[in-house]
Design a protein around this ligand. Structure first.
Ligand code: 0WD
Length: 256
């Protein structure tokens, strides 16, 4: 039975209707899951609540959670534990780098810019997994969002590529640690999608055009397509899969 009825999932990183996290939320909702949303600060509270109002019959919960603050992450999951008890999975869809570090040459990255990108985009998965795993008392599944720029050099992706390489390795170490508790950890490597975060990346439109010309499917991918792979990874359909990265990128990564 691959319905998610009776299951509860935490979705971190919905900024607006273009967010990949929102594509994931829609897929989980369609499968019958109960959803918990976290957002970085109160600025996003009303927009996220308004979006979630469009999910018919969804009895969602909302928490503020700045992932750069250990205490805030611990508080969020202790509140979630009080309010719902058990959770069955979590989608980590959070990243950030300074705009100046997403153009020009990687060699010019400042120490502060490097640490900021790694703090928000990579370490956050570690601390979130540490706090969320104890709530997965019936076993669970954690997913994170990565990009090809962590596996090879992609123009302008720079410090975020290095942070994604760190995120990918963290995903595998976490999978190894949490497996004995019945918690799986996987990553989705999405092709480029026009979102708020993508706006910060230099020459993003030309990246999309290249995918449309060269990817095996000759098109880009949508938030909904990423959402359906997230549903697979967060459900028992993928119960034998952990420490894995799945590319949802119209096949672009296979090209030399
Ligand atoms: O082409 C793309 N858009 C791709 C994105 C291709 C492949 C991967 N990804 C990844 C991103 O690197 C990121 O990890 O997908 C993930 C989601 O990115 P997105 O959907 O492209 O971007 P966006 O809609 O801007 O969401 C990023 C979230 C925002 O969510 P909230 O709910 O906070 O508004 O990351 C959040 C940002 O605010 N964020 C933080 N959340 C908590 N604490 C923090 C923070 N300190 N900083 C940023």
């Amino acid at each position: 039975n691959f319905s998610l009825a009776g299951r509860t999932y935490v979705v971190m990183g919905v900024a607006n209707k273009r967010s990949i996290a929102w594509g994931i939320a829609k897929s989980l909702h369609a499968a019958g899951a109960r959803l918990i949303f976290t957002y970085a600060n109160e600025r996003f509270e009303q927009p996220v609540k308004k979006l979630v109002d469009t999910l018919e019959g969804q009895d969602a919960l909302f928490y503020e959670c700045d992932v750069t603050d250990d205490q805030a992450v611990a508080n969020t999951f202790s509140e979630i534990k009080e309010d719902v008890g058990t959770i069955h999975g979590l989608a980590h869809c959070i990243a950030f780098a300074q705009k100046e570090d997403l153009q020009g040459e990687f060699v010019d990255t400042s120490r502060d810019g490097f640490m900021l990108a790694h703090n928000i985009s990579s370490y956050s998965l570690v601390v979130v997994s540490k706090e969320a795993a104890p709530l997965m008392s019936e076993g669970g599944s954690i997913i994170t969002m990565t990009y090809l720029g962590g596996e090879r050099v992609v123009k302008n992706y720079n410090v975020m590529g290095v942070a994604k390489a760190s995120l990918d390795a963290s995903m595998k170490y976490l999978a190894n640690d949490l497996g004995k508790r019945g918690v799986r950890v996987n990553a989705i490597s999405a092709g480029p999608i026009r979102t708020l975060s993508a706006k910060g990346i230099g020459e993003f439109s030309s990246v999309l055009k290249k995918i449309e010309e060269d990817a095996p499917l000759r098109r880009t991918v949508s938030q909904e397509e990423v959402g359906d792979t997230a549903y697979y990874l967060l459900s028992d359909l993928s119960r034998g899969v952990t420490g894995e990265m799945i590319h949802v990128d119209a096949g672009y990564n296979i090209l030399g």
